[in-house]
Ligand binder design. Sequence first.
Ligand SMILES: *Cc1c(COP(=O)(O)O)cnc(C)c1O
Length: 365
Amino acid sequence: MVLLCVNMKNAFFTVGPSQLFPGLKEEMVRAIDKDITSISHRGQQFMTIVADTTDKLRKIFEIPSDYRIYLQSSATEAMERIIENTVENSSSHFVNGSFSEKFFNISKMLGRHPKKNEVSRGTGFRLREYDEDNEAEVIALTHNETSTGVMLPVSDIYYVKKKNPKALLALDIVSSAPYKELDFSMLDAVFFSVQKGFGLPAGLGILIVSPAAFDKSMKLLSKGVSIGSYHSFEMMEEYMEKNQTFETPNVFYTYLLGWVCDRMLDIGVNKIREVNEAKAKYLYEFFDNNSRFKPFVKDRSSRSRTILTLETGKDTKVVMEHLKARGLIVSGGLGQEKGKIIRIANFYSHTNEDVERLISAFKEI
Ligand SMILES: *Cc1c(COP(=O)(O)O)cnc(C)c1O
């Protein structure tokens, strides 16, 4: 039983938190040795870290210089900030799973009368067939629905914006960043958290805001609409102009995110995207030819390149335990698919060797 030897490392194919970025563990130790965990969030060293991290994010995503970048505690926080700061009466949401539903629910909880365009879980939207929406101040889309493994074509997302030029477009890229190249001129509020494709521990989110979205929040503020308190766009802007935050932020992860971005820029963002695509292709080919466990998303053009979902039915528990015994940790289903599917992340942190181990383990089942 070579496979069960004690010093075998676990590989986390979980959708997030997931496998740490290669070399991050060692960098965390170095950062602690450099006292990053004790420095003041009002000092020059921290301000330099924020400037450096945001600068690298701009390079990775090619974010225009007039778009703002704000630090958040999570992606869920970013959903709330977007609704609070840009919606007075109505947002419109495309819902096809648990995360897009969460965005919708946040708008509802804030009393913003959201509208829901819903399709069944495991499918995408025919975005080009939707009518213009004259009421929505914000149209919210989830690029990659992590609960089901459905990814939307970005060209369809831009089409929605072109058809609704007056609405702001909010895009959740939590589990697809930085896999897909984006045209920010078509987007107004884009967000992700770092425990997915960036391979960090959870506890930091990034929100990117267009000038139009920022102006909208100023308009709401001057009308007397509540746009929140210490994390309103206004307050975040006031502090981020100084490369600071109102609260004591996650200094350690802000530094580590800069380090991961640095590594990504060294490797090359296009290279990262190619590697991701190649592994996705390899995994889908294997499962398309697997007689027992088929991909949950039937329409090939809707299949996520970063989150693979498999129909495991009544064998779900057995499969997850079989993999776990071999140091391969995957995620189960969420909501309606709980106990029926498994979810496998495909981020840069998942090496070809890990993928081979996963495939071999499936061959044994
Ligand atoms: C994980 C995830 C979120 C939530 O992220 P948090 O960091 O937990 O707030 C939102 N949207 C999608 C698509 C996700 O995968």
